[in-house]
Ligand binder design. Structure first.
Ligand code: ADP
Length: 554
């Protein structure tokens, strides 16, 4: 039960993360057809179609698309015929001259609404997401600009985590997925009318939609005999799409079985110990030979167990890297709400400065316009720093030791939690060391450990009257650098102190803590040739110390 609950909580975190990635992917592309629809060259071609102008625009779309990396960008005339397309040079793959008047995205655009549609291409037979924008000339719609995005890269990005991730449409048909065999399969069998409607729309070309054979049980679903924990989330602002994450339970079951076996072994040994004590008198009277035989038997059994444990340890080690990445993604998921806030703030300010600049320009106040633009530049720098940090954190470890600036690592980690610290009114006490102080490690990993420590500290101080996070750096005897993270929370509970670094040990409610943060952090510290220790500070609160090897010349 414990393992299932953990897996379910973890899947929900992953779901949030994948949802964010999908939304930002769609958001990013939405503006491109919008911008093109107000391009004078596009409107001119639609008003006065002419072969030379169409070819010139096609070439421009081609070079634009080379930068965008979309599947295609193209312009449709009033009757749905493609006049210019980025893929004009691809022979049979070219859209130029093709009619798309039957496509719902074109019909929406001609009715004056942006069109959005997922379908299998009629020319390319490749799936894609289509975004269409009407082109207005005065009060008249003269055509449409369409962007077709491939989902391949996104699907590829989903394949690292080991779960099945997919999106279903309003009929429950899987269309974006990291499991190729599941594409165009339905979660539940379609009724005949629905199946006919899907076929007639040609949305999925000539594909026949067959059911996936998903059977929902009380807490697990099974597909083809494999059990999964399922988490689903409707995607708002879409056409009835739902994102799903299915995490296989094999590993959780194996772990539960191992724990069960260990418990049985423990009970057995205890029983044997008791038996031994109670019957010691009788045992002593037993023939020495008999005793020796029994001892030999027990020793052999214990040796078998040792071999088994060693094998499990090797396996565990192999899983650790995977786990590190998974825990990091889960942490990202939990931090995402705060990050969205962090990015939204400068965005709002940007908008205000831009509005001001427009007004000031009208008034001819060039000086003030320049000030406003300067503010805009600063804000975009700040946003770039935030997203840079996030990208850096999500990156997979390279496995190479490098010289890491202590100051940069701490400040990078703090930046990722700045939003939460402000919201929770946490006072930060941080004196940066000399900028040249460096340690051996990997910046991503050092940051990952620090973020775990900071998040634990913030969690611990949630109910405290005064919230104070102290980060101190000291060089220690023998080439070490100690990074101490102290909080003003209740400190480490006496009964928890022996198990803090055990995997899956947590005192937090289900869904909040995975109990992996400290065990993974400790593993990372050791892999970098350092260590992580925990203590309670003399004046209250917990103090965690990450010690790493000093790398700069001194
Ligand atoms: P999680 O945060 O998911 O519970 P961790 O391995 O990071 O997993 O932490 C394990 C446990 O250690 C926590 O549940 C908590 O009981 C204890 N702990 C960690 N940091 C602190 C802290 N700063 N103050 C008090 N207890 C802590």
């Amino acid at each position: 039960n414990h393992a299932y609950e953990r897996l379910a909580a973890q899947s929900r975190d992953r779901l949030t993360l994948y949802g964010m990635a999908l939304r930002s992917e769609m958001e990013r592309s939405r503006n491109i057809p919008l911008v093109l629809s107000s391009d004078p060259q596009v409107a001119e071609l639609l008003l006065h179609p002419d072969e030379a102008a169409a070819a010139a625009l096609s070439r421009r779309l081609q070079s634009l698309n080379a930068v965008l990396g979309a599947s295609a960008v193209y312009v449709l005339g009033r009757d749905g015929t493609t006049l210019s397309a980025s893929n004009w040079a691809e022979g049979a793959g070219s859209f130029v001259g093709q009619r798309f008047d039957f496509r719902p995205y074109f019909i929406s655009a001609m009715a004056g609404r942006p069109g959005r549609y997922f379908a299998l291409g009629t020319t390319s037979h490749l799936p894609g997401y289509y975004l269409a924008t009407p082109v207005w000339r005065d009060d008249d719609i003269v055509g449409a600009v369409v962007l077709k995005m491939s989902m391949e890269e996104l699907e590829h990005g989903w394949s690292g985590g080991g779960e099945r991730v997919f999106v279903t449409d309003s009929h429950g048909i899987v269309f974006i997925t990291n499991t190729p065999g599941w594409r165009f399969r339905s979660l539940a069998p379609l009724d005949p009318d629905e199946a006919a409607a899907v076929r007639d729309s040609r949305q999925y070309g000539d594909q026949t939609v067959s059911p996936l054979g998903l059977v929902a049980g009380e807490r697990l679903v099974t597909v083809g005999g494999t059990g999964y924990v399922m988490a689903s989330q409707p995607l708002d602002d879409s056409e009835g799409w739902t994102l799903h994450v299915l995490a296989g339970v094999n590993e959780a079951q194996a772990r539960a079985r191992d724990l069960g076996l260990l418990a049985v072994a423990g009970i057995g040994l205890t029983a044997f110990g008791l038996y031994f004590i109670v019957h010691r008198g009788r045992m002593q009277r037993l023939h020495t030979r008999d005793l020796e035989r029994r001892v030999a038997e027990r020793t052999a059994a214990l040796q078998d167990e040792i071999v088994e444990r060693q094998r499990a340890e090797v396996e565990l080690k192999a899983k650790q890297d995977e786990l590190v990445q998974a825990a990091k993604l889960a942490a990202l998921g939990q931090m995402s709400a705060g990050m969205a806030h962090e990015i939204n703030q400068p965005l709002t300010a940007l908008r205000a400065y831009a509005d001001n600049a427009v007004t000031l320009l009208g008034l001819g106040r060039a000086e003030l316009v320049r000030d406003n633009l300067g503010e805009i530049v600063d804000l975009t720098d700040r946003m770039a720093r935030i997203t840079g940090q996030l990208k850096m954190f999500a990156r997979k470890s390279s496995g190479r030791a490098e010289q890491v600036s202590v100051c940069d690592a701490v400040e990078g980690a703090l930046a990722l939690l700045a939003g939460r610290m402000r919201a929770e009114d946490v006072q930060l006490d941080w004196t940066p060391p000399a900028a040249s102080l460096r340690v051996w490690g990997e910046e991503v990993r050092v940051q990952q450990v620090l973020i775990n420590l900071f998040r634990n500290a913030l969690d611990a101080m949630r109910d405290s009257a005064a919230r104070r996070l102290t980060v101190a750096v000291e060089t220690t005897a023998g080439d070490g650098v100690a990074l101490c993270v102290r909080d003003s929370g209740p400190g480490i509970a006496a009964e928890a102190s022996g198990q803090l670094f055990d995997p899956f040990f947590t005192t937090k409610p289900a869904g909040e803590g995975l109990g992996l943060g400290l065990s993974i952090s400790e593993g990372i510290a050791r892999a970098m040739g350092g260590q992580l220790t925990a203590a309670n500070a003399p004046d209250g609160g917990a103090a965690f110390t990450l010690t790493l090897r000093r790398a700069d010349a001194a």
